[in-house]
Design a protein around this ligand. Structure first.
Ligand code: OGA
Ligand code: NI
Length: 271
């Protein structure tokens, strides 16, 4: 996990997505429920996708966008949904350009800069808006339970602190500095696999910090098209054998839906 500044996403646009997300989550519950994510659906309003794995509810609500949010936004603001859509689409366009640049740079580190690799940088993505309302007793709840993100890269903007990163060596959580204007980038499971474990998937969680302020965040997730197969790149320099078998993106999404953070164990090879 690392942070980027001078990333090319204008700060005015960051402010606008924060303000549009705040406007969305401020709507009355019955209005938000008009845009509820369906059990089979991927987009819309709802609880965190990882919720079924945890006994306790999270102090969180979310709204997932893939491409244009118009179909759901229209249900929220029948007469005035275009502004919201325009901001969200612009944000996805800008962050996607950044994701491409970062991904190309990261590929260089795993000796994968061939034209085939460049072709693989066909990203499918989603934009997840998160809201953590003020909580009367923040220490007694969790914002978003510990998890890793599934795809290649996540690019996150947080309006205020709350994100924590797990250090698997020290077995402890540490707060991710809140650097105003910076974007936080983290490696997901499929880049972990592609890099044969060189770039480790980042386990993270969100704690609720405030009894007075709402926190919002926007996470853009990028991964390969769902029809593709991810194969570990075995670097000729270090001679380390593949740690994972090749896995179809769709297969991995299914493993993750069933086993959450144990999904990687199912594709690890017994060397
Ligand atoms: C996520 C996530 C962090 C945050 O949406 O997967 O980890 O700060 N969000 O809201
Ligand atoms: Ni996450």
């Amino acid at each position: 996990m690392f942070q980027v500044v001078n990333h090319g996403v204008p700060s005015s646009l960051l402010d606008e997505v924060v303000s549009e997300a705040t406007r969305l989550f401020a709507l009355p519950a019955p209005v938000k429920n008009r845009a509820l994510r369906t059990p089979e659906g991927a987009t819309g309003y709802g609880v965190a996708r990882i919720s079924p794995f945890f006994a306790q509810l999270m102090w969180h609500e979310g709204f997932t966008i893939m491409g244009s949010p118009a179909s759901h936004a229209r249900l929220l603001w029948p007469d005035d949904y275009q502004h919201f859509c325009g901001v969200m689409e612009k944000y996805q366009e800008k962050v996607k350009a950044l994701a491409h640049n970062l991904f190309q740079l990261l590929l260089n580190y795993i000796s994968l800069s061939s034209p085939a690799a460049a072709a693989a940088v066909e990203f499918d993505g989603a934009l997840q808006l998160n809201s953590y309302p003020p909580c009367p007793s923040p220490s007694q709840t969790i914002g978003l339970a510990p998890h890793t993100d599934t795809l290649f890269l996540t690019i996150l903007h947080q309006s205020s602190p709350g994100l924590q990163l797990f250090d698997p060596a020290g077995l402890r959580w540490s707060a991710v500095d809140h650097v105003p204007g910076a974007l936080t980038v983290n490696v997901g499971d499929l880049l972990h696999v592609l890099s044969n474990g060189k770039f480790r998937t980042a386990r993270h969680r969100v704690v609720v910090m405030s009894d007075t302020n709402q926190r919002v965040s926007m996470a853009c997730f990028y991964g390969p098209p769902v029809e593709s197969v991810v194969t570990p790149v075995v670097s000729p320099d270090d001679g380390a054998p593949a740690v994972y078998r090749s896995v179809g993106v769709k297969e991995f999404l299914n493993l993750k839906a069933l086993h959450l953070d144990e999904a990687l164990d199912f594709i690890r090879l017994n060397n």
